[in-house]
Design a protein around this ligand. Structure first.
Ligand code: ME8
Length: 515
């Protein structure tokens, strides 16, 4: 039977600078979703990449004395490297400067034109180069320095140019019907409410081309114009699926199951993008899910404050798994969150080193010493044994439910509640005392503990792939058995299986000065 397709995307990032922790957060959360769905048996296509056109890229390149493409080449590679450093298992990395993408942009443009939704006009307004967007005068304010700025603080300038427009105003009712008919099209709920009130307040036609610079995809039939960077950027999602070749093998993945984005770009993904697709007669993505913003000890990150954190340094300092675990456990996915060194260390030492690492270490060393390094033989199971196994067996179902609303933190809470229960079980069964008094019962307790560790090891793979892999190695679980379908009675550890010598899966974090 063909496996169910699952297509998820990250935003394509601007490579006008190095990746920062915000980009890392989106990428590793998306990766956890992609890995989860693969382990749950889906045929996953996980897309990420870089958004390389636009005035901002051109200006940054000029300032650095580079061509825009040279700047994009250099920084796009850094994004790819970051994905590697954080174990982000993408299937395709798209760059908007690739020929396949130019073709897709021109094809969707022509379709929107054929639908009668594109016309030539002229545009004037307050434009922010940094946001690559026009703002209403009412949205801008003039600061004490005399500079007019948009709500997020970047300067705006008055721009007047001939421009193509997209008839967005014609899509208001269809968009509102979409949000009504598919209440989870935009999530979480706060974002949906914002989008609906924005659309209800009335949509103006959208300026979708520029003539003041040329670093972009040429408008078909009028190369004096380049496409507005957001038409170009959003189209990446269908380029990667093979558009306009609807016979392409990857077209089976479209429509995307979810576009994972940050809350700063909700409007582009849940208003403009579905309108473009409706116009072009292309199926809409199933969901758009916006996560919150990260703050450094509660402060907004900015280059001028000097608190922009380098994801490579974090992965180096704490370990990629540890950093991934922290970000996904600490911050409820969808809400804003904060991180700090102390919070990261507390999580690593409490949840990973103590709760999971120690339990594995203690129980598996007992197996090594007292059971000839083989999976012990379980005798009759007690109520306590059955109760713990039942909790662990239920994990795929409970985690799937949490994942259905992208509650990544809840998935982790569910798994760690089983880890906590396993610790309580191990402490109350006292296998180290049973060793002398009742070795057969000790073997049963060790088997139950190892079996629960197997199930936990499978379920934690989306979040901490390396440590989970190591744990499953210690339990001699075959690669093909490391899937959710093997959690439960079907996959039980077989008594007598030889196990490798136990070793620590999570070292405690020790401050360098104290080491
Ligand atoms: O917007 N906290 O690219 P971009 C959490 N190219 N996430 C953050 C963050 C923070 N402080 N800062 C950034 C673009 N992000 C466009 C996208 S898509 C068709 C085009 C994350 O490089 C978050 O996912 O500015 C946000 O949406 C994205 O980076 C913006 O990346």
């Amino acid at each position: 039977m063909a496996r169910e397709a699952y297509f998820l995307t990250t935003p394509i990032f601007y490579p006008n600078g190095a990746p920062h922790i915000g980009h890392a957060y989106t990428a590793l959360a998306s990766d956890a979703i992609a890995r989860f769905q693969r382990l749950d048996g889906k045929d996953v296509f996980f897309l990420t990449g870089t958004d390389e056109h636009g005035q901002k890229m051109q200006q940054t390149a000029n300032a650095e004395g580079l061509t825009p493409l040279a700047l994009a080449d250099r920084n796009s590679q850094r994004f790819r490297d970051m994905m590697g450093a954080l174990d982000v298992s993408y299937d395709d990395f798209i760059r908007t400067t690739e020929p396949r993408h130019t073709a897709a942009c021109q094809a969707i443009w022509r379709r929107m034109e054929e639908a009668g939704d594109i016309y030539l006009g002229s545009y004037s307004g307050w434009y922010s180069v940094r946001q690559e967007a026009y703002f209403d005068e009412s949205e801008t304010t003039v600061g004490p320095d005399g500079v007019r700025r948009e709500p997020l603080g970047s300067p705006v300038e008055w721009v007047e140019e001939e421009s193509y427009f997209f008839r967005l105003s014609a899509y208001q009712d269809r968009l509102l019907a979409l949000y009504e008919d598919q209440p989870d099209f935009v999530g979480p709920r706060e974002r949906r409410n914002e989008v609906m009130s924005f659309v209800r307040s009335g949509l103006k036609d959208l300026s979708i081309s520029r003539t003041t610079f040329d670093w972009g995809v040429p408008v078909p039939g009028n190369p004096k114009h380049v496409m507005y960077v957001w038409v170009d950027a959003l189209t990446n999602y269908i380029t990667a699926a093979g558009f306009p070749d609807e016979a392409a093998p990857r077209w089976r993945y479209w429509p995307a199951d979810v576009h994972v984005i940050g809350k700063d770009i909700v409007r582009f993904h849940s208003v403009y993008w579905p309108a473009f697709l409706m116009s072009a007669g292309i199926a809409l993505p199933k969901r758009v899910f916006a996560h919150g913003f990260l703050f450094n000890r509660g402060e907004k990150m900015s280059k001028s404050v000097g608190n922009v954190v380098d994801p490579f340094a974090l992965a180096d300092q704490y370990g990629a798994d540890q950093f991934r675990y922290f970000m996904l456990r600490e911050v409820p996915f969808g809400q804003d969150g904060s991180y700090s060194h102390d919070a990261i260390v507390t999580r690593i030492n409490a949840d990973l080193a103590n709760d999971l690492g120690n339990l594995a270490q203690r129980s598996l060393s007992m197996v090594a010493k007292n059971c000839e390094g083989r999976v012990p033989e379980a005798g009759a199971l007690t109520e306590a044994d059955e109760a713990l196994l039942a909790l662990a067996d239920a994990l795929p179902a409970t985690c799937r439910t949490a994942m259905a609303s992208f509650a990544l933190h809840t998935v982790l809470t569910e798994i760690w509640s089983v880890v906590a229960e396993a610790n309580r079980y191990f402490a109350s069964q006292e296998p180290w005392i049973l060793r002398k008094q009742d070795p057969a019962r000790m073997a049963t307790v060790l088997w139950v503990t190892a079996e629960v560790l197997r199930e936990v090891g499978i379920m934690t793979q989306p979040f901490i792939p390396n440590a989970s892999g190591k744990l499953l190695d210690l339990l001699a679980v075959a690669p093909e058995d490391r899937v959710f379908a093997r959690v439960g009675a079907e996959g039980r550890l077989a008594a007598g299986t030889a196990l490798p010598a136990p070793s620590a899966i999570f070292p405690r974090y020790v401050e360098p000065e104290a080491a």
